[in-house]
Every structure is written in structure tokens, then in C-alpha cells.
Design a protein around this ligand. Structure first.
Ligand code: SF4
Length: 380
């Protein structure tokens, strides 16, 4: 007999003006229809939070807020049918859960040592709102099906981009950060090469990064060699990489940290990587994938950020790549995280360019919200 901790996300955004009884009814009906689905757990996970495919069912349980949990604090967790009904009763009693505007109400549940619910509290948080749909399918035993927000036509848009990118002939395909390592070096050194290439790549064209990496490899590219090299010589090796002076200092600082703390290897965790000088979330996520073959998130650079906004792959316009990354990871299936960076970067280099995108050659011209072709036809 299996015992499952049940996971279900219930969105309150669309029922903001209804009373809590409705919310409780949703929780009740949803939970009563839950079946063993440990194999269909959300793809979202974070090594930082210790959530993996294997253990996240223990930490990412039912949330009334309707999006992935950050901590147990924002979750409503049901570990058995009896505690579920108890929880529903407690929620029904709580009449102050009335979301306003764009905020969401979270239910904070506290447990005793036996995992019994001892207290239910409300919390208000500013979060993006997912849409809610009624599930009228015959198979459904629940009157309400919660559907997370996703962009219009995204599958077709992505399929078209894959088609346009099948030749893999953009600069990123031959000179990207994962193409700059010395294939004859040992695994530890290869990982260091990936890291340095990523550090150089921000605000720099792939071809410039590639050339600088070639000079560094000829010079000797290990943490020890970087420490032994004077800063001014390193700057000369990096030039004309963008911000080469700052990057030279960061490479040397990072090399020292790697020697002191990581045995001259690079950290194999997101936390470890972002703790290094000059490494932000974008670099860290890409580094985890190319150096360790672990997909922890979507690497969002200026191309991915721009194209995601053009395609309306974010619920509302984002200003920063990091905002775009968070928005994308909320709806894009995990299996697409692996190559979406490389797909969009190459697409941004070759067709959907920063200025004067080649919309007339783009397979997405008829369905892209930013297509100049579509606008021209409309205006005719
Ligand atoms: S139609 Fe134009 S703006 Fe839209 S994805 Fe294609 S190139 Fe980019």
C-alpha cells in the first residue's frame, strides 16, 4: 500500500473577489481527486533549495497560491486525507483571505512534530498571476482545473525557431562558451575553461571571446597560471573583450578562490558558482549545464531577454534578463531548458537581431507579436 504526499497547486487569483469558502471548496475537491502522481511532479527544482526530482515531493506540496513554492512557509501541505479535511475546515473558518489587486494570498500552515496542522495563517505576496480555467473534460473529477500561464502559440513559435536553427550556423554554434575549452586538457581544466569563457562572454561578441580564449589557452589557462600572471599581462591577453580590466581582476580573484576552497576545480553547485567574483545567475546556470551537465535553470542573456519579450513569452514586459529567466522558468517545460539558450542566442544572432530583425525571412512572421511583416500587411 503506497502512501503519497499529495501535491496540488491551487490558484486563488481569479477567485480573488469570492469568499474563502470557494477556495476551501477548490482545495477540498482538488485534493479528493488526487491520485498517485509522483511521476508527474513539476519539473521545477532548485539544487540551492535542495529540491531535486527525487526529493521535491517532500518539500513542494500543495500550495493555495498557485505557483511553485519557495519554502514550506508558503505551502499548504496535506500528508493524509484526515489532515486534508482538517485543513479545509480551518481554511473555511478563516474569512480574511481576500486577495486584492495583483497580490496573492498564501496560506501558511504550521505543524506539530507529528505533522498535524496546528495553525493556519494568511500571507499576502506580490506575485505574477496565472490564469484559471474550468476543466469540462469528462475524465476530470474536479470542477476546476488550475492552469499556469503560458504564452500563445509558444509551441509553434519554438518549433519554428528549431527549424530555422537546424543548420546551427550562428556564431554561438562554433564560438560559444562551450566551444572554447581545450579538448586535450583534463576534465578539471576543461571546466575552468568553460567558466572563464563565460566570464569573458558578457557584453562581448562570441568571436572576440573565442579569440581571447585562444590567447589564454596558448598562455596557459589554469587557476594557478592566472594567479602567476600579472594583472597587466592578463589585461593584454583579454583585450578587446568588453570590460577586460574588470574581468582580468575577477579571473584572478576567482582563481584564488578556486585554489583555496575548491581544489582548483570549479564548484558544482549554483550557490558555489554565484559566490565567485564576476559570476551572476546567467553564467552560473549555463556553467552548470556546460561544465557539469546539470540543468539548473535557463541562461538568459541579452538575446534571450529580447526575444522572449518580442514573442510575449513573459506575462508582462521585463526590464532585466533575470526577471525574464524567472518568468520563463515558470511556464517553459523543463525538457526545453537545456537548449533554449543556444537556440535563442543563435536565432538572435542570425534572424531576430537587436536592430532590424529579418522578419520577412522568419517562419514566425505570421504569428509573432513583434513581426514587422504582419504590421505592414495590416497597414496596407
Ligand atoms: S517575426 Fe521578426 S520579431 Fe518576430 S521572431 Fe521573427 S524576426 Fe523576431
Amino acid at each position: 500500500m503506497f502512501v503519497f504526499k499529495m501535491s496540488r497547486k491551487v490558484n486563488l487569483s481569479k477567485i480573488a473577489t469570492k469568499n474563502l469558502k470557494n477556495a476551501a471548496a477548490i482545495v477540498e475537491s482538488t485534493e479528493s481527486s488526487l491520485v498517485a502522481q509522483s511521476s508527474t511532479l513539476s519539473p521545477y527544482f532548485s539544487p540551492i533549495a535542495g529540491r531535486t526530482r527525487n526529493n521535491r515531493k517532500n518539500v513542494e506540496n500543495a500550495t493555495v497560491a498557485g505557483f511553485k513554492s519557495k519554502s514550506n512557509e508558503t505551502n499548504v501541505t496535506s500528508s493524509s486525507s484526515s489532515s486534508s479535511s482538517e485543513l479545509v475546515a480551518k481554511i473555511k473558518k478563516n474569512q480574511s483571505i481576500e486577495p486584492k489587486g495583483a497580490t496573492r494570498k498564501h496560506i501558511k500552515v504550521e505543524y506539530d512534530e507529528n505533522e498535524k496542522v496546528v495553525e493556519v495563517k494568511n500571507e499576502v505576496k506580490e506575485e505574477p498571476i496565472f490564469k484559471t480555467e474550468t476543466d469540462t473534460s469528462e475524465e476530470s473529477t474536479s470542477p476546476v482545473k488550475q492552469v499556469k500561464w503560458e504564452p500563445n502559440n509558444w509551441r509553434q513559435l519554438l518549433a519554428n525557431i528549431r527549424e530555422m536553427r537546424k543548420e546551427r550556423n550562428a556564431p554561438v554554434d562554433t564560438m560559444g562558451c562551450d566551444k572554447c575549452y581545450d579538448e586535450h586538457s583534463d576534465e578539471k581544466t576543461k571546466r575552468f575553461h568553460h567558466l572563464v569563457a563565460l566570464m569573458l562572454s558578457s557584453q562581448t561578441k562570441d568571436s572576440v571571446t573565442y579569440e581571447a580564449m585562444s590567447r589564454l589557452k596558448r598562455h596557459g589557462l589554469t587557476p594557478e597560471k592566472m594567479i602567476a600572471t600579472s594583472t597587466s599581462e592578463l589585461e593584454q591577453l583579454l583585450y578587446p573583450v568588453g570590460f577586460y580590466k574588470t574581468k582580468a581582476k575577477n579571473i584572478q580573484k576567482t582563481s584564488q578562490v578556486l585554489i583555496d576552497k575548491f581544489g582548483s576545480d570549479i564548484p558544482n553547485s549554483l550557490e558555489g558558482l554565484v559566490s565567485l567574483p564576476g559570476i551572476g545567475p546567467k553564467c552560473a546556470h549555463i556553467c552548470m549545464r556546460v561544465a557539469w551537465n546539470i540543468v539548473t535553470g535557463i541562461g538568459v542573456d541579452t538575446h534571450v531577454h529580447r526575444i522572449a519579450n518580442r514573442l510575449k513569452w513573459v506575462p508582462k514586459e521585463t526590464k532585466e534578463p533575470e526577471q525574464t529567466r524567472i518568468a520563463l522558468e515558470k511556464w517553459l517545460p523543463y525538457e526545453d531548458w537545456t537548449d533554449v539558450n543556444e537556440l535563442l542566442v543563435g536565432f538572435g544572432q542570425s534572424i531576430c537581431t537587436p536592430t532590424n530583425p529579418r522578419c520577412s525571412e522568419c517562419l514566425n512572421a505570421s504569428i509573432c507579436p513583434a513581426s514587422s511583416v504582419k504590421k505592414t500587411k495590416k497597414n496596407v
